[in-house]
Design a protein around this ligand. Structure first.
Ligand SMILES: *[C@@H]1O[C@H](CO)[C@@H](O)[C@H](O)[C@H]1NC(C)=O
Ligand SMILES: *[C@@H]1O[C@H](CO)[C@@H](O)[C@H](O)[C@H]1NC(C)=O
Ligand SMILES: *[C@@H]1O[C@H](CO)[C@@H](O)[C@H](O)[C@H]1NC(C)=O
Ligand SMILES: *[C@@H]1O[C@H](CO)[C@@H](O)[C@H](O)[C@H]1NC(C)=O
Ligand SMILES: *[C@@H]1O[C@H](CO)[C@@H](O)[C@H](O)[C@H]1NC(C)=O
Ligand SMILES: *[C@@H]1O[C@H](CO)[C@@H](O)[C@H](O)[C@H]1NC(C)=O
Length: 645
């Protein structure tokens, strides 16, 4: 009975013209260990790949970028799946819009590209918390000593539930199932993490196999040093390495060979640029000539190569990560993740692209594809901004319901995982010129007493301030979460907001109210009340209370559709920018190196609709005159950073 039904079903599929089913069975992607090569459909195969993260490129531009990657001669792309972006709230997955990775991968396949998928669960990438969900830092986990990236029970339960959502969506996209995915990475540079827990890698391996089947190649990636591979590799996982420019492929790949005596040579991250950018550090660049030359050597040596990044893209919203710097300092990743990659943040082709393309076509048999043109950028000019009010006046319109507690709660414990939160304490006694001490500021705190700005606390740099408080005074501390640490041993210490107690004159302050701010949601409401606002008071360079400014503009009537643009935030100081409720990212042109923010066309509304710019300026606005922001048609992300600024 069962057989007959099956036969009937198969027959009807064939008669419906769905013969592709038969073709699927012939698709295979494997490793030939005797010939040291990948094998695709029975033929030796070498990939030349580029990294691009779908979360860092607006969906409307996915196709443009993928076509440009293809035109460079590449046959493969590599992307992470950032868990935290898909699960902003505990166990609630989102695969819609820019998170629709299935559509992204199908698009890649349509364009002619294969895919190397890196589902983590940890992904690093300069991304907030290395892609781990912020809710893992709630005290209910931290107090039980959750050890991230290990076979810890709490952590693995969260991973297992996430993978149960994610991996069934991946399976149909595997190469042998008719999709573009030729291999899947397990964890990411695990060998550089102190835990060195092979049981963790084994558990991840077992989970991935259970959802993805036995055929797909599972692999690991580690820095090219035996000390990393010792902790990062596992016998069942194909071992690959990553490294920057080299003039001796032989020397570097000797490290892979130590752990993977047979099989293809693979560099999973070949750094065609030097480093990512941090606020307060000079823009990092890499010579296109040297990048192309080193790539040539690797390809001549027969290696499979993934270039990191081929397009870096943008850390929109609150997605930039941070890294411990010198001493107790912390470095914060800029909003741009441009990375001086072959393709710019906005998809434009650099000299590096053309030089790499020339090298790649020496090694691929495909006819040379023409290069698509750069997307158009338009300078929309100046937009007049108006002061809506300072953060204290605006609190009722921008705060979610406040939470009360005896001692300050960290952001995660009030379920405000990103952005800004305001802590309020009403003084229960008087203190004359006493020291306010706050070691646990994560990461930047604006201290305000009775609406008067007192000063700024900075994580690892400024932890105290002399203040005078009278009984009944309002002490407000607006805290900015500038992004969680994405790499290293401090991964497990990633709570944000105020972590610990606040003391004044050595006494612990009690009774706090936490106001979680939701600015993107407020921006739509605020824009309807724009008429009748004044242009703001004269600031004369003084530190003002963080304030909200709003402006509107209409695109030219001659444009049928919006075009990409950049916003130049000089001479504004530091803050967060929203356009039509889209969180464009953080700006800090007074520091640099990034001065302009990339504004993709999808954030804009066509003529005759009105577009709204909302700036949450934390330090100092150029108002009332000129009190403008300016849209320009080219980026400026390489301002020289003065160490003495
Ligand atoms: C991982 O930890 C769980 C207990 O939390 C244990 O049952 C399991 O055996 C461990 N996995 C390995 C591979 O040791
Ligand atoms: C803060 O006050 C203390 C005494 O209460 C004083 O020693 C210190 O110099 C003051 N610091 C600043 C920065 O004014
Ligand atoms: C804050 O201070 C109270 C009272 O001294 C103490 O019980 C509590 O443990 C402190 N909290 C932290 C996180 O240090
Ligand atoms: C904020 O807006 C988003 C989408 O626009 C919505 O899903 C969310 O529920 C809103 N949050 C609040 C607190 O209003
Ligand atoms: C920044 O880069 C542009 C080209 O992208 C270049 O023309 C300019 O000289 C650079 N400026 C600085 C300060 O490096
Ligand atoms: C940035 O580069 C300039 C010019 O090369 C140099 O003077 C300055 O010290 C650098 N800044 C930092 C933070 O390294």
């Amino acid at each position: 009975m069962r057989c007959r039904l099956l036969r009937l079903w198969t027959t009807s599929l064939i008669s419906a013209g769905l013969l592709v089913v038969a073709g699927v069975e012939t698709r295979s992607f494997t490793i030939d260990y005797s010939d040291d090569t990948f094998v695709k459909d029975g033929e030796p195969f070498r990939y030349i790949s580029g990294s691009i993260h779908y979360t860092r490129v607006p969906r409307e531009h996915w196709k443009d970028r993928l076509m440009k990657i293809y035109a460079a001669g590449l046959n493969t792309i590599q992307t992470y799946v950032p868990w935290n972006f898909h699960q902003r709230r505990p166990f609630q997955s989102d695969f819609s819009g820019n998170l629709d990775f299935v559509s992204f991968l199908k698009l890649a396949q349509d364009v002619g590209l294969l895919v190397i998928l890196r589902p983590g669960p940890y992904s690093d990438a300069g991304w907030d918390f290395g892609g781990l969900p912020a809710w893992l830092m709630e005290s209910r986990y931290v107090n039980r000593n959750i050890l991230l990236r290990s076979n810890n029970t709490d952590y693995m339960e969260a991973v297992a539930r996430w993978f149960a959502d994610l991996l069934p969506r991946v399976r149909p996209l595997l190469y042998n199932n008719g999709g573009p995915i030729i291999s899947v990475q397990v964890e990411n540079e695990y060998g550089s993490y102190f835990a060195c827990d092979h049981n963790y890698l084994r558990t991840l391996h077992d989970i991935m196999r259970s959802y993805l089947g036995d055929e797909v190649i599972l692999f690991t990636t580690d820095g090219a040093s035996a000390s990393y591979l010792r902790c990062g590799t596992l016998e069942r996982l194909y071992a690959t390495i990553d490294f920057g420019l080299t003039d001796s492929p032989e020397k570097v790949f000797a490290v892979q060979r130590q752990f993977q005596p047979h099989g293809p040579l693979v560099c999973s991250e070949f750094y065609v640029e030097s480093s990512l950018d941090y606020w307060g550090y000079n823009h990092s660049q890499q010579s296109p000539q040297l990048a192309a030359k080193s790539l040539d050597l690797l390809l001549a040596y027969g290696a499979n190569v993934n270039m990191y990044m081929f397009e870096g893209g943008t850390n929109f919203g609150y997605t930039s990560g941070s890294l411990p710097g010198a001493g107790t300092k912390v470095k914060f990743v800029t909003t741009t993740y441009d990375h001086d990659a072959p393709m710019s943040e906005a998809g434009d082709l650099r000299e590096k692209y053309h030089m790499i393309r020339e090298v790649v076509y020496k090694y691929v048999k495909r006819p040379v594809s023409p290069v698509p043109p750069d997307t158009l950028k338009l300078s929309y000019g100046q937009v007049r901004m108006k002061l809506i009010g300072d953060i204290l006046e605006m609190l009722p319109s921008v705060s979610l319901p406040p939470v009360k507690s005896l001692y300050p709660l960290c952001m995660e414990d009030v379920h405000q995982y990103y952005g800004f939160i305001l802590y309020r304490h009403i003084s229960e006694r008087s203190y004359a010129s006493q020291e306010l001490w706050l070691d646990g500021i994560r990461d930047r705190g604006y201290v305000i007493i009775n609406k008067m700005m007192q000063g700024v606390l900075v994580r690892g740099e400024i932890t105290h301030l002399n203040i005078t408080l009278h009984r009944g005074d309002n002490l407000d501390i607006l805290v900015e979460n500038q992004g969680r640490i994405f790499y290293g041993n401090d991964l497990n210490k990633n709570q944000k907001g105020i972590v610990g107690n606040v003391t004044v004159g050595g006494l612990v302050l009690q009774h706090w109210t936490m106001f979680p701010l939701s600015l993107a949601n407020a921006s739509a409401r605020l824009s309807s009340s724009i008429s009748g606002l004044k242009a703001g008071s004269d600031t004369s360079g003084a530190l003002l209370s963080p304030s909200l400014y709003i402006g509107t503009f209409v695109l030219p009537s001659t444009l049928s559709q919006p075009l990409d643009t950049y916003i130049d935030m000089r001479p504004w100081h530091k803050g967060q920018l929203f356009i039509n409720g889209n969180n464009v990212g953080g700006y800090w042109p007074s520091l640099g190196p990034q001065v302009t923010l990339y504004v993709p066309l999808s954030f804009l509304k066509p003529f005759p609709a009105s577009n709204t710019v909302l700036a949450f300026e934390l330090e100092s606005a150029p108002c009332p005159d000129p009190c403008t922001v300016r849209f320009v048609d080219r980026p400026f992300i390489n301002k020289t950073v003065n160490v003495f600024d």
